[in-house]
Write a protein that binds this ligand. Sequence first.
Ligand SMILES: [Zn+2]
Length: 437
Amino acid sequence: MSCCMCEKYHWDPQEVVYEAPEDGKEYCLFHAPAEHKYAAPNSNKMSIDEFNAQVAERIQEIVDLEDENACCNLRGAVFPGELSFSARTVPRIIFDSACFKGKVSFHGVVFQGGMSFEESIFENVVEFRLCGVDGEASFEGSRFAKTTVFAGMTFEKRVSFDDSVFSGNVNFQDIKCTKFLTLVSTIFSGTTQFKDVGLDGGALCISTKFNGPAYFTTREPPHHPIFFSDCVVSPSGVFFENCNPKHYNFVDQLDLSNIHFRNSPWGKKGRIKVYTEDQHDLLQPTRDFYQRMKAKYKAESNENEASKWHIAEKEAQLKLLSRPGESKFLRDTLRLYKWTSGFGENPRRAFWVLVGLLLFPLGLLIGAELWSHFAWWDFDLVKINHMFKNWLKFIPLTQAIPKDEPGISHAFMIAWQLLITLQAALFAFALRNNFRR
Ligand SMILES: [Zn+2]
């Protein structure tokens, strides 16, 4: 007979050291339950140090092969106590379905060819510090029961925590991922920190569940976006600090109510514009995202932020209306709305357009007067008086239009008065929006 787990996890045959009385299943040293680690059948129990020495020996056997493609199989192993590796280079190691009873610590270890901890169970604190991983790193489906730290790590290939569950606090600090990081359906139950992370290849957060507060601060702008979609965020919130929206894709993240941006450079200079706005097929969802952000800030009575998102939303809408087949009338009206008042958010612009509308007829009258006399104006007070009287005919509320004014010019004056009234209303509206903050 041989160890039942060795067969299951494709190990080289190991000596059976323990037979479970309940079902008669046989186990080798590595796969035996934590409390049944025997060097040989019917011998004394091994200490944790003795067991770890056996693990180190197994790894060393692979190192000694000096084969780049060699891989150390530790699938399904049960580690009874604290396990610690430091400052050494190891080949690709597979810890899939392993169970770590004690603290796990890897410090300054170089994983050549990557590492795999799929479906592993970490029952205690986990610390990965200053390790370099040359190949893919996978923690898919793993369970982390206590505090987990990944600090100063360098991942050269994809890192995956898909379907993992972190029950304690998690601290990803100062890590660098050259390729992308995936957190698909990952569950974070405690406080999660992504502090100064360099996500050069971007990241995927799809259906990720944040049951505790989470904080993201990126070290440098990633070359690829960080994608958020259908994430579930508890009221304790997910906070993006000092993160530029240009590097995020939130168009599929419908619930934004507990997602907060702090000290964002977006919208400080110019207007807010996210990564997806320039992607033709994502323009509509981007506009919807802007609208959701506006609604979120309105609900929080943060009018200042709401105004910034309102402008972004209208700019995106203008782009949508500028596409072939869209209503030219709506597009031009929106353009006019932008030009005359900055979408109702720029009172200064609205004021100067109003002044322009008021002074334009006067300019025309002065021009006509100068043109009809072909000479410098002689400052005739009667003429000046007459001209101002004519000008007042274009200004609302002055009631300067005489009853006998010819029909066409009467209609033009009324139309101009209407225009000034409309612009005055826009100015008042923009001013109100400005003071409401
Ligand atoms: Zn075994």
